[in-house]
Design a binder for this molecule. Structure first.
Ligand SMILES: Cc1ncc(COP(=O)(O)O)c(C=O)c1O
Length: 380
């Protein structure tokens, strides 16, 4: 219970939906009254395989019995396997992975890797960006002044506008060492950054020796169809960060690194106590095996086209890619989101108050979605 009046309890820092969930199965979650909800939000785009995926729960249980925890001070067979499986999911450009616990931690370390050895002091980020709540990740999150501001930012941030090609000229600054972007901005409301603009951005960065970081914490791990959303770009970014869906709900994060950046680091440069622990690695390994076995890359492409078509027929304005979809309304979705909850549909919101965000488990089917589309049509 959050303590709303300052009495004992959890800090009052979240706006919560009026529902207490007790269990989940597949794409459905159940409240303490036994009511069933279709989860179209997937726990902030985390539940890649839905709830209770046997392969993942069994892998975690088995690992818990064998070796519950050990640190990066020792080798772990299942850490080697998880790292290998992760690198096998992406192109050969990425030869190294740093395993950690959250999206913010992945971005914090990616920024550290990008700036290390450059003696540059500025980072470029995008209008609308969300990269997390730690110091460096918060600094490149737009609107951080009112959210996560420390007295000082760890570096100066240059803001770019993806709708304006001319804003790339701001990168002509010898102090800029890194640029970070979400190929599809999640928290902003599922905003697909223009591929042409991102390609130009990367060309500019290459010319100016600026390291590029794709934050795929939300849009990675097949959320948009391919394993990485940035794989549709002409040139792959130098670093990619992942978290959310990578462990199907077990807290994990990762930074993928090119060979030239991997060569710059040595023991002691980065570190974490829990990152890359046995349970986390069991979750990663089982998730990656399972998404391949179930052919989810193809499924996401097909179900997304079908869903977008159905929603389009209702005359709705859509944004985003794959199963990271924003439905843009002309007024706040606050009431609509609560109405949908009453009908048994759990949907997400976004920083844009007029956007309803859908990030369901990737295993969702037409049969699961059809009643939602009908209800949404009736409400609007
Ligand atoms: C694109 C992106 N980056 C980073 C984060 C931060 O991740 P975490 O909450 O795991 O620190 C989020 C969380 O929503 C995100 O959507």
């Amino acid at each position: 219970m959050q303590c709303l009046d300052g009495s004992r309890g959890e800090l009052n820092v979240y706006k919560r939906l009026p529902v207490t969930l007790v269990r989940g199965e597949g794409v459905y979650v159940y409240d303490d009254q036994g009511k069933r909800y279709l989860d179209l939000y997937g726990g902030h785009a985390v539940a890649t395989l839905g709830y209770g995926p046997t392969a993942v729960t069994e892998a975690i249980s088995e690992q818990a019995r064998q070796l519950f925890f050990q640190t990066n001070a020792v080798e772990l067979r299942n850490r080697q396997l998880a790292t290998e499986s992760l690198l096998n999911c992406v192109s050969g450009t990425y030869t190294g992975a740093f395993l950690c616990n959250t999206g913010a931690e992945a971005n914090e370390n990616a920024l550290r890797l990008a700036l290390f050895g450059t003696s540059r002091s500025k980072v470029a980020a995008m209008k609308g960006a969300f990269h997390g709540r730690s110091a460096a990740a918060g600094a490149v999150t737009e609107g951080n002044d009112s959210w996560y501001a420390f007295p000082r930012s760890p570096f100066e941030v240059v803001w770019l506008d993806p709708e304006d090609l001319k804003s790339l000229e701001k990168l002509d600054d010898p102090e800029i060492g890194a640029v970070i972007f979400e190929p599809v901005q999640g928290v902003a409301g599922a905003i697909d950054l223009p591929i042409k603009w991102l390609d130009e951005l990367q060309k500019f960065c290459r010319r100016h020796g600026i390291v590029t970081i794709a934050d795929e914490v939300q849009c990675g791990v097949l959320r948009t169809g391919p394993f990485l959303a940035s794989s549709s770009l002409e040139r792959e970014p130098d670093l990619v960060t992942l978290a959310k869906g990578l462990g199907s709900g077990f807290p994990v994060g990762a930074v993928l690194v090119t060979e030239s950046i991997a060569r710059r680091v040595s023991p002691g440069f980065l570190g974490t106590t829990f990152g890359g622990g046995p349970l986390a690695c069991a979750a990663i390994e089982a998730t990656l095996t399972e998404v391949g076995r179930r052919g989810l890359e193809e499924h996401v492409g097909k179900i997304s086209s079908w869903l977008k078509n159905e929603l389009g027929e209702l005359g709705l304005a859509l944004q985003g890619r794959g199963l990271l979809i924003g439905i843009k309304f002309s007024k706040s979705v606050h009431t609509l989101r609560h109405q949908l909850l009453e009908f048994g549909y759990l949907c997400g919101d976004a920083k844009d108050p007029n956007v309803l965000r859908l990030t369901p488990p990737l295993i969702i089917t037409k049969d699961d979605l059809a009643p939602f589309i009908e209800t949404l049509g009736e409400i609007i």
